[in-house]
Structures are given as C-alpha cells and as structure tokens.
Design a protein around this ligand. Structure first.
Ligand SMILES: *Cc1c(COP(=O)(O)O)cnc(C)c1O
Length: 460
C-alpha cells in the first residue's frame, strides 16, 4: 500500500495542478461545444460493463476518471441544453451563467448567512429584488434561491401555514383538524407532494372551459373549507400546456378572504418580463409568495428557484433553525437566506444568474424569452396547416401540444425512440384527457423553426 499523506489531495502539487487544469479544460470544451451532442441513456447493464470499478482504495487518477466521464458517463446523459431537447422543460443556460457556475464552486462560498457570504447574498438579492419589482411586488419583498420549484412551493406553503396558524390563534379561533391547500387540478405535482410532506389536504377547484382557474371556483372552495384553508395556489404557466390561471381573479378572492396567495410560476412567470405579455400575468402583485425557476426560462444552469415573499419576516418565523451553534447567526438582524426556506447549508445558487444578468443586461433576457413565445406561435400555425396534425390547444407561452391523427401511444413511443436513437431530437409523448399527444417545450434560443419543421416532417 502506498503511504498517503493527509495533505496530498489539498496541497498545490504538480498532480493537483494537473487535475484542476484537466477538469477546467474539459469544462471549457463542454461549455464551448459548437454542436452539443444530444446523447441518450444507457442501460444499467451497459454502464456496469463500461464504467464499473472506478472507486478503489488507491484511486484511478484524474486522467482516467475524466476520460471515463467524457467517454462513457456524459454521453449517457441526455443534454438538456440541446436545441432539439423539447421534452419536460429544457434547460438553456447562457454561456456567462454556466461559466460562472464553475466560479461559485471554486470560491467555496457559504450562501446561507450574511456573516459568511454577504457579497454573494447581496448580489443574489439584487436579482431577487429586480424580479420582485418586475412582478409588481412591494419594496419590502424578498426571498432566496432554493434548489427548485418543488422546494420553493413547499417552503412557501410551510410559511403560509405558519402565518395561518398564528392568524387564527390571534383571533382566538381553533386550528382546524386538517389544513387544506386550494389549487386547480392542473396545478403542478409538487403542490400535492408538498401537501403530502406537510400532511395537509388538497382541495382542487374546477378550472373553466378555458382551462384556467378563476376566482369564483376558488370562492366556492373557500366557502366549503373555511378556516382550514392555509393557502390558495394559482399557476402562472402550467407545465403541460403553459396555461396561466386568472391570477387577478384568484388573488382578489384570496385577499378578500384573508387567505395566503401563492403563485407557482416555476416555468411560465419568466414570460412576464416580456412587455406585451404583462397583462396575462396581472394579479401577481397580489401574491404573498411567488416562485420562478431560473433553471427553466431564465437561462441559468441547474439548479435554482427564486422564492420571493411579500413579507419575508413571515418566512423567518416559519423556517429559522434554532441551535446553540447557530445562536451567533440567528441572534442578529442580518439577512440570512437559510432562514427563508427548508434548508440550512446552501450554495449561492443565484450567482450564475446574477453574473449573466450583470453581463448582458435585462433587455437581452426579455428578447430571448420573447423569441420562444414567437417560435411557439409560428410552429403552432405550421402544425395547424399540416395535413394529419392538429393542435390540442392554442399555445399561450412556449409549450405547443399537438396530435398526429390516428396514432396510438405505442406509435408515438416508437417514433419518439427513433428520434432519439437517430440523435435528431428528444420529444417524448405526453397525454391530455386520456389521449396521447406530443408536446414541444421551447426554451432555447438555439431551437429554430427549421429544426421543428424537420421534426414534423418525420411524423408522416
Ligand atoms: C417545474 C415546475 C415545478 C417544479 O420545479 P422543480 O424545479 O422541477 O422542482 C413546479 N411548478 C411548475 C409549474 C413547474 O413547471
């Protein structure tokens, strides 16, 4: 056995220098690929055959480990930033944001407290305040970047319950036997997941014929559940269709009844940055809490969700962790991002977006988001014009759902597998009201009309 010094991995030596340089060189190459390969998943068996045995007592060395990653592991991960990745919600980080993500790691910044990370927290807050202002929230609004929309929604709802509980107790009313979250049947699965974690019930209010949740349906749900409702959730852009609820109508009812109003804009709320789209999102300014995921339509790398509260102090009371070793942090009036959500240690995950916004300015973001909305409209018109294809719904944002008439789910699946096998594009079937359908989710400005019509051509 080789005698290993405890300093070997951390000291600056020719070996560690090479490791850092080789890794950064790979990162540089990947970040600057002219043509990102789409790639595709491998079976556990193939990966076992090609990639097993990397964890050993003596290490395999950085050269071999990088080669293993570059030649086997990376190619078995579908590139979510490929312009033909159109499933789920794609990612499309700007070059500035993804490069800066490397800096965040290299700088060993603790983003949980002001005491340790003031500069990083300040920069993140600049971005959060810009977003809050765009959403029409009051000057005191603020929040934190968390891992994703799922944690953002859960953290907001936990804050809402805390506030509701206090509200009832101040009025001398008892807490309900079971708390209830009101949302539409089209709300994202993470709302049901949050409710399950919190052990509260979900009451689904009916959407209208336009697929949107309106105030009257919410009012009926509030009549039925009364004091038990801890929050009303409106969706600013459903994941499957990009449908924006009647936020103003829902928000007005929630306000009138004194119920917490949460807006889940993980995917779609970014579109509010486009001037002509602002009326679609009217009412967001009424929100007590709101989320938008920069790793979706704000061109940041995974993983980042901006969670913004109208009154951040309410989140502090719900989320601040108390421990003796933390007293020196929590005893001060500092702005500590850890205290605003379910987390303690946190990466300064808002910094890549901050750097890219600072570099390019906000207008470039508005234009890039608008490109996606316009492209969705254009390809929707093209789908309507083609024999055998039809839209399931008119796109409101950048998701286009359509059908190839006469196809069964297995025909869609076979087509989708072939498209990926040929490294053409990644478009998986979705479903609507029991019917299998196809769906383009457009985020990347590198996705072109020609690429999309090329995909339609294969639906013959
Ligand atoms: C994607 C999405 C979420 C979940 O966000 P994650 O970042 O994937 O956790 C929640 N709500 C909506 C509307 C979404 O589109």
């Amino acid at each position: 056995m080789s005698a290993t010094s405890p300093h070997e991995m951390h000291a600056i030596s020719p070996d560690t220098r090479h490791t850092v340089e080789d890794v950064l060189e790979y990162a540089r190459r990947r970040a600057l690929y002219e043509d990102v390969p789409l790639d595709k998943p491998m079976t556990p068996r193939d990966l076992e055959r090609l990639a097993s045995g990397s964890i050993t007592a003596d290490g395999i060395g950085s050269r071999r480990a990088i080669a293993l990653f570059e030649n086997v592991l990376a190619p078995s991960c579908v590139s979510t930033d490929h312009p033909g990745y159109l499933s789920f919600i794609p990612s499309a980080p700007t070059k500035a944001s993804l490069a800066f993500d490397v800096v965040v790691s290299a700088s060993a910044i603790y983003g949980g407290s002001w005491m340790e990370g003031s500069g990083a927290v300040y920069a993140e807050n600049e971005v959060l305040h810009w977003l809050a202002t765009e959403f029409g929230m009051p000057p005191g609004a603020g929040g934190v970047f968390v891992q994703g929309g799922t944690i953002g929604n859960l953290s907001a709802l936990v804050t809402a319950r805390d506030a509701a509980r206090r509200g009832l107790s101040e009025k001398g009313r008892p807490a309900p036997a079971r708390w209830v979250v009101v949302c539409s049947a089209e709300a994202h699965s993470s709302i049901a997941s949050a409710a399950a974690v919190m052990d509260v019930d979900v009451a689904t209010a009916e959407v209208d014929a336009d697929g949107r949740l309106h105030g009257d349906a919410v009012a009926r749900a509030l009549d039925e559940h009364g004091d038990a409702v801890l929050a009303v959730v409106a969706t600013a852009g459903t994941t499957n269709f990009g449908i924006v609820d009647d936020i103003a109508g829902v928000g007005a009812v929630a306000r009138e009844r004194g119920v917490w109003f949460h807006v889940d804009g993980a995917y779609g709320l970014a579109a509010m940055l486009v001037e002509r789209m602002r009326p679609v999102f009217a009412g967001v300014e009424l929100a007590d809490s709101v989320i938008v995921d920069p790793h979706k339509w704000l061109f940041a790398p995974f993983d980042a969700c901006a969670l913004i509260y109208r009154e951040p102090a309410l989140a502090l009371s719900a989320h601040t962790q108390k421990a003796e070793y933390l007293d020196t942090l929590t005893g001060k009036p500092d702005w500590n991002p850890s205290d605003l959500a379910i987390q303690l240690t946190r990466r300064a995950r808002g910094l890549p977006l901050w750097f890219s916004l600072a570099t390019h300015g906000t207008d470039a973001y508005r234009a890039t988001i608008e490109y996606g909305i316009d492209l969705a409209r254009r390809i929707a018109d093209e789908i309507e014009a083609r024999e055998g294809l039809s839209l399931v719904r008119d796109p409101q944002l950048s998701v286009v759902v359509f059908r190839r008439e006469g196809w069964t789910l297995s025909e869609y699946e076979a087509w989708s597998d072939r498209l990926l096998e040929e490294q053409h594009a990644f478009v998986v079937p979705s479903s609507h009201a029991g019917e299998p359908v196809l769906r383009f989710a457009i985020i990347s400005p590198l996705t072109t009309f020609g690429l999309l019509t090329g995909i339609l051509d294969t639906l013959g």
